[in-house]
Design a protein around this ligand. Sequence first.
Ligand SMILES: Cc1cc2nc3c(=O)[nH]c(=O)nc-3n(C[C@H](O)[C@H](O)[C@H](O)COP(=O)(O)OP(=O)(O)OC[C@H]3O[C@@H](n4cnc5c(N)ncnc54)[C@H](O)[C@@H]3O)c2cc1C
Length: 384
Amino acid sequence: MDFEFTNEQKMLQDTVRRFAEKEVAPLVEEMDREEKFVEDLWEKAKPTGMLGIGIPPEDGGTLSDYMSFGLMGQELAKVDAGVGVVFGAHALLCANNIARNATEEQKKKYLPLLAGGEKRGCMGLTEPGAGSDALSLKTRARREGDSYILNGTKTFISNAPDAEIALIYATTDPALGASGLCAFIVERGFPGYKVGKKLSKMGLRSSPTGEIIMEDCRVPVENLLGGVEGKGLKCMFSGLDIERFLWACTSIGIAEAAFSYALQYSKQREQFGQPIFNFQLIQDKLVTMLVEIEAAKLLTYKGLTCWDQGKFKEARMLAAQAKLYACEMTCRATAEAVHILGGYGFMKEYPVERYMRDAKVFPIGAGTSEVQKLIIANSLEIRT
Ligand SMILES: Cc1cc2nc3c(=O)[nH]c(=O)nc-3n(C[C@H](O)[C@H](O)[C@H](O)COP(=O)(O)OP(=O)(O)OC[C@H]3O[C@@H](n4cnc5c(N)ncnc54)[C@H](O)[C@@H]3O)c2cc1C
């Protein structure tokens, strides 16, 4: 398998890197301190094509392959993972899922709005009582004439406070189980759609997270994603697979930033008359970080390559493995970076404490590490 990036992928990496360093970096501290996303970044991202990266060119976007998506997440995360989540929740969780599953009419109506960033997207699956056990969701969709009436609450939704288009999962009948699951394209302006409270978080503070409350929310029948009831499970599973690769790449980006900061610091900081880098116990930490980052890259890039080659069964397993490994790895790496900086690592003045706070969410979102282990274990049961 060849992981040499194409010229297009290298160009995209370069564009995102320059955007992150020039536009995002100066705002990182302010966004973390004040727990807000600076809207100007959205405007500046529009001409870069990043917001349309989940949508094929024929529908107005810039999607070429999913490896590129991962590289975008990785580059943004080196500077601010929260900004990566804002763009990723819009471009992947919402827009890409619509692009892959919508009817032609739905594509025509919604994709141009999402591709250029005119409207911001989010995806609402999780509910207060349904997290890991997503299929137990309670949001109901009842058909009434030319509409579905949605009732339910979604929580922990990235971009919910600002999104104008939400991909919402609901069931037409809980007794039907997975086959009752549907996805709907819901506009913020639909009657009965309410943005609930914005949630305050320990990390990823530049990424607004919140609730969506639907009280007799009237959604036109033509907004049932794919136009057929019961397609929700397929939309959800394939969406989660790609989301897992994105968070694996984001985790790698955070770990790379933590590694490079800790390495540079260890060469400057002197104790016992020499740089702490000279101590083999410090080298041990740096070497472990480096090797684990490389291992996470290989696993994640292999999975993304399989996905891009259409080997979806293999890619699904690798998505769970990459998500598990990379997201746990970034927590270890960022904690070690804090440790290498000693007391300074614990201070807000240095970025490593933010990396550590940001990293902690990745073994939780899009299926916890335990859930990834269950998925991998299930594959062992059917393996002969
Ligand atoms: C910052 C952030 C952003 C998010 N963005 C979105 C979003 O945009 N859209 C969206 O729909 N959701 C989003 N989520 C929700 C996220 O996907 C859920 O938090 C996640 O799936 C876990 O669900 P939960 O929080 O309810 O935890 P729970 O499911 O209650 O899990 C609690 C603990 O129990 C463990 N556990 C559960 N079941 C098992 C089991 N069978 N075996 C062993 N252990 C188990 C879990 O691993 C975990 O450690 C976001 C979450 C966060 C924190």
